[in-house]
Design a protein. Structure first.
Length: 421
């Protein structure tokens, strides 16, 4: 197939890598891709979605896969579908599940999907009043997309009120903060679950755990994610079943009733409290770095799964998973997540050890290429992935691979998957 992938991160690299490893030969295009995706296909520079749809038509692209949320919320799927193109992802309307936290919370409440108790409003008085009824910590969220920064966990009522004020005034997040959610704090363990959906049917992938904080022991500032592993032993069959019955099925049914059937990746951020899965949030795309560890665990065709999901035919296929575990360790640049860093040359040692060569790989993210030299030029630079028969083996292998990657200022956590060990 000729396949176009939108995005530039490790997530998109890992999807492309999985597709390239299939027995069938595929030709890949990236918009825009990164300094390493051009080893897997052709990087484009066509920012306008209408022009990109013309490119897809003229070049007979058979499937487009959208990585990040922004093009989905902007309606790239609507534009491609209007031209008769096959594209994997939700429409603009369905992408509201991520694009607006107010839409998402009201949807969860309407369809009785368990979520943290909340109020959504643009009135400072109402938000303050609800805040006063909660005990600390208190969670304050901006409605719109804030690049993963729109959630404040306030340790006092005063801090919560200050965050509310700064969001409503537009000071902290501009228009994205014009409506605000205040909700109760849930104490439990967090999961990332991913359902591939075609509007009617779904395939639930293995449960993963992400590591959002910059430093070991979940300390330091929030990041996009510093590492992940899957499948997590913290989830048993009963919990998978609860997520299916209480979250995924009612969400697919509900979105049909709302006139916006959900196609694409439903990313469910879950807090497990006393064995019960409570939905923290939805995203309408793969998690990053979760995608980088889930792709290598899929033993059936990934491109066929995305194609069937885009054409309402998921019921025709059976998706298969490896029995192994995957651990992914993010290497970030010097100043991440605060500011950009000076581009640094990346040196990757040749892997001579057969066990490491066969059971690890690198998914490249914030990298650029000049004269065939790779430079770290983004926040999260790359992800070293290890596979193994146990989580410990997968993790040891991932870290051995990390030791063979060098660039000035490289930053990584050394405790990825600690929850499972
Ligand atoms: P969100 O963007 O809604 O996933 O929030 C980002 C992170 O904030 C989540 O991954 C959780 O770690 C944390 N969080 C969000 N909502 C809550 C909540 N109600 N209780 C506890 N932690 C939360
Ligand atoms: N790793 C979490 C996310 O992609 O939002």
């Amino acid at each position: 197939m000729k396949i176009l992938i939108l995005g530039s991160g490790g997530r998109e690299y890992s999807i492309a890598r999985a597709i390239k490893n299939e027995t069938e030969d595929h030709e890949l295009f990236f918009q825009p891709g990164n300094g390493a995706t051009d080893n897997l296909g052709t990087n484009l520079n066509i920012k306008d979605y209408n022009e990109l749809a013309v490119f897809a038509q003229e070049n007979e692209i058979e499937l487009t896969i959208v990585g990040p949320e922004a093009p989905l919320v902007d309606g790239v799927v609507n534009i491609f579908r209007a031209q008769g193109l096959t594209i994997f992802g939700p429409t603009k309307e369905a992408a509201q599940l991520e694009g607006s936290k107010v839409y998402m919370k009201n949807f969860l409440a309407k369809y009785n999907i368990p979520t943290a108790g909340f109020i959504e409003s643009d009135s400072i008085e109402d938000l303050y009043k609800f805040t006063d009824t909660l005990s600390t910590p208190i969670v304050v969220k901006a409605d719109g997309l804030c690049g993963g920064k729109g959630v404040i966990i306030a340790m006092s009522h005063d801090e919560a009120k200050q965050a509310i004020g700064e969001m409503l005034s537009g000071k902290s997040f501009g228009d994205a903060g014009k409506k605000v959610i205040v909700e109760e704090f849930l104490d439990g363990f967090e999961l990332s679950m991913f359902a591939i959906c075609d509007g009617d049917d779904y395939i639930l992938l293995q449960a993963a755990q992400d590591h959002k904080r910059l430093h070991n022991n979940d300390e330091g500032p929030n990041t996009g994610g510093m590492g992940a592993y899957a499948p997590t032993p913290l989830v048993d069959e009963e919990l998978y079943q609860k997520v299916k019955d209480r979250v995924i099925v009612p969400t697919l049914d509900g979105m049909k009733k709302e006139g916006a059937p959900f196609e694409g990746v439903l990313f469910i951020g879950i807090m497990v409290v006393n064995g019960e899965p409570i939905t923290l949030e939805f995203n309408v795309r793969f998690g990053d770095p979760e995608c980088e560890i889930l792709m290598p665990l899929m033993t059936s065709s990934v491109s066929d799964m995305f194609l069937k999901a885009s054409t309402n035919r998921l019921n025709e296929i059976k998706v298969e998973f490896s029995k192994q575990y995957a651990v992914g360790v993010v290497m970030a640049s010097q100043n991440y997540p605060y500011s950009s860093s000076t581009p640094a040359e990346i040196i990757v040692d040749e892997v001579h050890h057969e066990e490491i060569a066969n059971n690890t790989h690198i998914s490249y993210a914030g990298v650029s290429k000049e004269d065939d030299v790779l430079y770290a030029n983004g926040g999260r630079v790359l992800v070293c992935v290890g596979l193994g028969d146990t989580i410990k083996q997968a993790r040891d292998r991932a870290y051995l691979r990390c030791g063979q990657v060098h660039f000035v200022g490289k930053k990584l956590r050394t405790d990825i998957a600690y929850q499972a060990l």
